[in-house]
Design a protein around this ligand. Sequence first.
Ligand code: URA
Length: 251
Amino acid sequence: MAKKLPLERILHNQGFGARKFCRILIINEDVTVNGEICDDPSTEFELDNLSYTIKGEPWEYREKSYLMLHKPSNFECSHKTQHHPTIYSLLPHPLVVRDVQCIGRLDEDTTGLILISDDGQFIHRMSSPKHKVPKVYEVTCKHALSDEQIAHILRGVQLVDEDAPIAALACERISDFVIHMTLAEGKYHQVKRMIAAISNRVEGLKRIQIGDVKLPDDLAVGKWRWLSEAELASLNNTEKIKLLLAANIKY
Ligand code: URA
């Protein structure tokens, strides 16, 4: 049988605040469920496909949150930031209350695709070095890239504090100054350090793909959206991730 819960608990679980606060919202007729005002906090609703509004804003019940954000420059991927606003300020407050976390941090000056969730197991799996999800970066360099520099990235570069050279899975030339670089790891400042190791310098860095989830053209900088079921399934599909890794061709 489909799971049911009282409305007050549903709103609390979804991050709208303390039970008492949620009860007041409901009694004040600020909440509609499936199109109708519900002013009784104890009314039970089935959780599957539950749509509701709070003060006119539409929501859907989600057991866990899985979203993507188009990170702008000058935002930090941390809850306690040092110099810039946090990326979490770009999300609706209830999601922050649910303690969503980003999966792998980007530097403050890096833009692009970030995955965010409150599913601890998903976060752990996606961030684990064992689960090598390929990530594609659009890298704009200060100096034009020679073919030898690209070949060097593909052969592997030795980074300080690393035991063995690290190679990009793929490195596609887009223009004299721009490459698309695919990495299996997520080491600290990895792209910047790899580009420095070939005597060049990163001038602009944008993550454009994780696994086979691409940063959508229509997701504006600073905006977020839920992951689709297909996107989530592809990230959870370990066999597909292995195939993606195997399919990466060195140019
Ligand atoms: N590599 C970097 O150097 N910076 C990032 O933000 C991500 C990957």
